[in-house]
Structure formats: structure tokens, C-alpha cells
Ligand binder design. Structure first.
Ligand code: IVH
Length: 679
């Protein structure tokens, strides 16, 4: 008989293993099927690692159903199941340089070779997809599912611009296209598309997506492919399944071939030793926030395919590759207080003040909760235990509260503005609650001034936040024009400020007077006019005067301007106070620079063109961008100013209107010819 203590230990081990297995299965289900993870990725990794260690400790055969042996979750019932030609494996994780050293050691031992070539790729935070091409044509696109069988999302995948429907044939002499070829890669959503999606008016009231990965998963698993198309998904190819090994002899060659077939592939590094791997890891970690999409680590792959095959795979992952994860960007902390901030347009925003924690190398102690609806959805109250994450780059956010106390009370909206005590109001259909104090509310004035001097706006460098707050608190100015009217020489006495700093400030103000028109329009802080819309307005009207004299129809002819933006621009310039501020700014010498016309000799250059209906060979949005690059005004609505309408399938009212107005109409083939003629 075994001594009692040994029996106890193994029973406890087994129990813990069972708990971990069932918890991890539940998390897999929530993550892969429901797109509603309830723990952070880092917490998931910790549980999985613990299970791996305990299973090894127990020393018994591990069942194939254990989360350490499976990849993802079985397909849901909504989409048709599709089995992959070759299984989609996942990757083992490395969390430290020791793990990386051990990975390289295992390979050098297995191959009895010292100098090996590895390729380092960014690990895109998205969803794996298997694309099946038959005779070069895309026939099936399936999600990973459980690694063997996934969900058929072909219709949705066809809306992704980076995924070719037809592969570009290799040049003669190169290896031929296999009859069946599986291409693997990651579908993802860029940070920009993610931001736009969460801000979209038609999603108002809907719960915002927690991160681009969730948003991409939601977009891909839509029953209506038009919804997917609207969400602007993207794709990077990084591997092959069935038929793939024939087309290249190494990962670096494969990526080249995939790019030649028409796929987007990522920048990679090729290195030969552990130091090289770790240096690339550091380099990518530095670059992380400047990439337009989120990455959560790097992937090291042995470059040579023949060597990869020699060392093979274990249960769920190949032995020739490993994912080196970046440190957790999600951590748990507690909410100490919830305060209300008043923004530039008077909107009251709840902000959580938390016990400081390090998230991805930065100490975080505050995060916005955006509005009352979001605060309620995330169940954040004083004392709540919350997951905090840094979304890719810098902005920390509360993902949600966990272990919620059902008895806890959520904070209530204040009854009046916490800064100026003015009454609050809510416009029809808006979630946001605003202070009615306007510029007499110091908080609103400070924020407007900060926006005006900020980088993307007038970029007046020497005007720090603190200085602006002092100007307002001491009532030295009452609006943005005051920035140019204030007598800065009085700062010697008022602030005891040095001569150099004062002249620097004056020089910065003087330079700001010739900012491009788009930047000036953005700086004015007109509602709904962000950087891009401001630039479009500047491009279309060419001068402040022309914009101020425009009407709704002219505004609606501007790309990306809908009735809401048009209304906001008109009411901004109709307001006597705003006209007075603009006049005083001009009187102070502000002379916004007119946008330069793009030089182009393309036949459509300078024309106002509207694209409508659906196109089969090109994404409409991509076509619009390409036209714009050729100096075309790609507009959203048809008016007398429109020179040409390009109509795809099922074009509706815009085409009818074009015909009524006698505007020239072209079709998709002509569009493609125009775009190609520019190449
Ligand atoms: S290679 C057998 N390369 O990360 C090799 N995967 O955690 C399989 N991923 O399942 C994958 N970027 O969904 C590879 N450059 C990259 C990747 C990448 C992101 C995803 C992929 C994979 C998961 C593993």
C-alpha cells in the first residue's frame, strides 16, 4: 500500500487537474464560440501552464480531450462544419528568455546541428483561418474550430480585401500552383477600424467591443456578409496546409510566394541564434504601439521546411515553432473612486481611480469608463475588482469588473456639473450627459484650449496643460481667440516666467498662424469634425471663407460628410459667438494655408466621383482610396457637383438620381481599367 501522504497528494493533484480542465474548457467555449472571454489572456495562459505542469507531475497519459492537447473549441451549430485538409496546429508559448533558450536547445539537440536559421514574425492578435484554393480559386474559408474541423465562413471571408478570390498565377518557370492549396493566416481588425467601429453611430447603445480581436471575431461570425464587409477586416498570410509544402523549401521563401500570389504578409526578421531571437523580440516590443494592428508577441519558426519535418509536432503544436508572448497587458486591480470629468463639449465622463498597477510596463491608476451605460455594463463600483488592459498602445481601459458583489451599488449621475454647478442635459437619442455651462464652465474652456493647441490641431508646443489651466483659473482669457490676444509680456510679473520661455511661447504662437486649413478646422472643435473630416472639408472648399458660405447640399457632397456632420458645421458657423471667435482669430493674423492640389494627369483627376452598389473584384472602400490617391474627389452622395457615378451591382437610389441629373455613369469594368491605367 502507498503511504497515506502520497495518496493524498495524488488525489489533490487529480482534483486540481479536473478543476483546471473544466475551467479551461469553459473559457475556450466563451472565447472561441461566444466571443465573450471572462478572463484575460494572461490569466488563461497562467491556468493552462499550471495544468501542463500538474499533468506532467502526475505522470499519467493525458487524455486527448484535455485543454493542453486540444486547440480552441469544437465548431458551433450556426455555421456549417468543414474539415481542414491538414490540421491547424497551435503554438506552444514561451514567456521568458529561458523558455526561448530551451526551445532552441531542444531543436539543436534533436537535429544535432548548431547553426540554424530562424524566422521571427510578429504574432498578430486575431483569428486563425484556413483558406482552401482549388485551381487557384478560393472555394472554402473555415475558422480553426477544434483544429481538425472549423466553421464555414466563406461568404464573409470573401468580403476581406486582402484575401484574393483568385490567386495570381506564378510566372512560367516558377513552381506551379498546386491543384489544392490551403493558405493559413490571421484575420484581424486594425486599431483604426476598431476605434471607428466602436464610435459608429449605428452601434450606439450596443456594448462596445473590448478589443480588436473580439471585434474581428464578431465580424467574421456574422450571418449577413454585408455586416462583415462593413467592419473592415484584414488578413496576413503566414503558413500553408494541404499542398503547401511543395511550393517552397523554407518559411522565408513561402512568405515570398504567398506575397506573389496576392496575399499581404508581415515584415519578418531572419536570425541564427538565441541572441538574435531575443533582440528581434525586444525590437518588435518597441515597435508594437506604432504598428497599425495589435500583436501580442512574436513567433519564432525554424526556417527550413525539411528540418521542420524532421522534428515534427507534439499534441497541439509543432516543435519547430514557438510563440514568445509579450508581458501581460491585462491585470487585476481595485477601484478606489469614481470621479466625473467634464470634457471639451461639456460631456460628463466617469473615470475610475484605481490602486496603481503595472500594465505592460506602465503604471496605470486611472481609466475612463466613457459613459453611464458602459459603467453599468461593466458593473464598475467603488471597491470593484476589475481587469485593466492597455489596448495595444497607451490608453488604459477597464475591461470589466469580476467577482461582482451583487449587493454593491453602482454610482449615480451627479445632479449638476461637478465643476461649475450648471444644470445637466441630455440631447435626444444620446447616451452622453452634458453640462449646460458652455464656455463659462472652466472645465470646458480648458479642454477646448487644450484641444486647440494640441499636436494634431494647431500644435502650439510650449502651451502646457498646467499653464492653460492657470490662464483660465485666473480669468486671463474667455475663449480660444484669447490665446492670441493675451499680452504675454505680463507673464514676467504674473508668473515670474523667464524671458526665454516667454519668447518661445510667442514664437510658437506666431508659427501656428500658418497651419494648414484642415488642422485649423479641426482645432476649432466643431462637433463630429475629426482630423479626417476636417482634411476633407479643407480639400473640398479650399478656404475658410468658402466653407463658411457653404450650404447643406455642398457639404453633403464632401467625402465622409453625412447629414449629422453637415448639420454640425452649419450650426457652428451660424452661432454668433463662434463667428466672433473666428473673426478675432483672423484679425490676430491666423491665415490657414490652403490645401495643395495633388498633381496628377489621370483622366479622372480633379473630378468628383461617386461609387455606388457592390463590386465583385474590388472592395468599394479600397477603390475610393485608390481614386483619391489619383487626385479624384471620391464623394459619398450624388449632387449637381458630381461628374461621374460608378455603379456596381444592385446600385439603387444614387444611380437613379445620377440618371435624373444626367450625370455620366460607368461600371465596374471601366473602374478597374481606370485604376489599372494608373499603375
Ligand atoms: S504560425 C503551426 N505565425 O497565434 C504554426 N501563428 O497562439 C501555426 N498567430 O494559432 C501558427 N500570428 O492563430 C503563426 N505569425 C504567426 C502568427 C500566428 C498569429 C496565431 C495563430 C496561432 C496562434 C498561436
Amino acid at each position: 500500500m502507498l503511504p497515506l501522504s502520497v495518496v493524498d497528494v495524488s488525489t489533490a493533484l487529480r482534483q486540481r487537474i479536473e478543476v483546471l480542465r473544466s475551467e479551461l474548457c469553459e473559457h475556450n467555449y466563451r472565447y472561441y464560440i461566444l466571443d465573450q472571454a471572462s478572463i484575460s489572456d494572461a490569466q488563461y495562459d497562467t491556468l493552462l501552464q499550471e495544468l501542463e505542469v500538474l499533468e506532467a507531475e502526475l505522470g499519467e497519459p493525458v487524455p486527448a480531450s484535455s485543454p493542453t492537447q486540444t486547440v480552441g473549441a469544437p465548431p458551433s451549430q450556426v455555421f456549417q462544419s468543414r474539415s481542414h485538409g491538414e490540421a491547424l496546429l497551435s503554438l506552444a508559448n514561451a514567456f521568458s528568455s529561458d523558455d526561448v533558450t530551451a526551445f532552441v536547445q531542444r531543436i539543436t539537440d534533436a537535429l544535432s546541428m548548431q547553426e540554424l536559421s530562424f524566422i521571427v514574425e510578429p504574432k498578430v492578435d486575431g483569428l486563425a483561418i484556413n483558406l482552401r484554393y482549388e485551381s487557384g480559386k478560393l472555394t472554402v474559408a473555415a475558422t480553426r474550430g477544434d483544429g481538425t474541423t472549423g466553421e464555414d465562413v466563406t461568404d464573409n471571408v470573401r468580403t476581406i480585401g486582402d484575401i484574393p478570390w483568385q490567386l495570381i498565377e506564378p510566372e512560367s518557370g516558377a513552381t506551379e500552383l498546386p491543384d489544392v492549396l490551403e493558405v493559413r493566416g490571421e484575420i484581424y481588425m486594425s486599431r483604426a477600424s476598431f476605434g471607428r467601429l466602436n464610435e459608429r453611430k449605428d452601434r450606439e447603445g450596443a456594448a462596445p467591443f473590448a478589443n480588436p480581436r473580439n471585434a474581428a471575431a464578431g465580424a467574421l461570425r456574422q450571418l449577413d456578409a454585408r455586416v462583415t464587409a462593413n467592419r473592415r477586416l484584414q488578413f496576413f498570410a503566414y503558413g500553408v496546409g494541404l499542398g503547401g509544402r511543395k511550393i517552397a523549401s523554407s518559411q522565408s521563401e513561402l512568405l515570398e510566394r504567398l506575397a506573389n500570389f496576392g496575399f499581404a504578409v508581415q515584415q519578418t526578421h531572419c536570425v541564427t541564434d538565441v541572441e538574435g531571437l531575443l533582440a528581434s523580440y525586444q525590437q518588435l516590443m518597441q515597435q508594437r504601439s506604432s504598428l497599425p494592428y495589435e500583436i501580442d508577441g512574436v513567433v519564432y519558426k525554424l526556417n527550413n521546411f525539411a528540418l521542420q519535418e524532421r522534428i515534427g509536432a507534439v499534441a497541439r503544436s509543432p516543435r519547430w515553432a514557438i510563440a514568445h508572448k509579450f508581458p501581460a497587458q491585462e491585470v487585476v486591480t481595485y477601484v478606489k473612486a469614481i470621479i466625473w470629468q467634464v470634457g471639451r463639449t461639456g460631456v460628463l465622463t466617469p473615470v475610475a481611480e484605481m490602486d496603481p498597477v503595472a500594465v505592460g510596463g506602465v503604471i496605470v491608476s486611472r481609466a475612463t469608463l466613457h459613459n453611464m451605460d458602459e459603467l453599468t455594463r461593466k458593473q464598475v463600483y467603488v471597491g470593484a475588482k476589475v481587469i485593466v488592459r492597455r489596448a495595444g498602445d497607451v490608453i488604459p481601459e477597464v475591461v470589466r469588473a469580476i467577482d461582482v458583489d451583487a449587493m454593491a451599488e453602482l454610482p449615480e449621475l451627479p445632479e449638476q456639473c461637478p465643476v461649475c454647478a450648471a444644470s445637466l442635459f441630455r440631447s435626444d437619442g444620446e447616451v452622453a450627459v452634458r453640462c449646460s455651462g458652455g464656455l463659462s464652465c472652466p472645465a470646458q474652456l480648458i479642454e477646448r484650449l487644450r484641444h486647440f493647441v494640441s499636436r494634431g490641431a494647431m500644435d502650439i508646443e510650449s502651451m502646457g496643460d498646467k499653464f492653460i489651466a492657470q490662464l483660465v483659473e485666473e480669468k486671463k482669457l474667455v475663449d480660444i481667440a484669447g490665446l492670441y490676444e493675451f499680452d504675454y509680456n505680463t507673464l514676467y510679473e504674473w508668473q515670474g516666467m523667464g524671458e526665454r520661455r516667454i519668447s518661445k511661447m510667442q514664437a510658437a504662437l506666431a508659427t501656428s498662424k500658418q497651419r494648414p486649413l484642415g488642422r485649423f478646422l479641426y482645432a476649432l472643435g466643431i462637433r463630429h469634425v475629426g482630423v479626417t473630416t476636417a482634411a476633407s472639408l479643407a480639400d473640398q472648399f479650399g478656404s475658410l471663407d468658402a466653407l463658411m458660405q457653404s450650404d447643406e447640399e455642398m457639404l453633403l457632397a464632401v467625402p465622409d460628410v453625412g447629414s449629422e456632420v453637415a448639420g454640425a458645421v452649419l450650426s457652428f458657423f451660424a452661432e454668433p459667438h463662434n463667428r466672433d471667435v473666428v473673426e478675432r482669430l483672423l484679425a490676430a493674423g491666423i491665415d490657414p494655408e490652403a490645401p495643395k492640389k495633388k498633381a496628377s494627369n489621370h483622366p479622372l483627376a480633379g473630378k468628383t466621383v461617386v461609387l455606388t452598389g457592390s463590386f465583385s473584384a474590388i472592395n468599394r472602400r479600397v477603390a475610393q482610396e485608390q481614386l483619391r490617391a489619383l487626385g479624384v474627389r471620391a464623394s459619398g452622395s450624388v449632387s449637381k457637383q458630381t461628374d461621374l457615378v460608378i455603379a456596381g451591382e444592385k446600385a439603387g437610389s444614387k444611380l437613379t438620381k445620377a440618371r435624373e441629373l444626367g450625370i455620366e455613369v460607368a461600371d465596374e469594368l471601366q473602374l478597374l481599367a481606370w485604376l489599372h491605367s494608373s499603375e
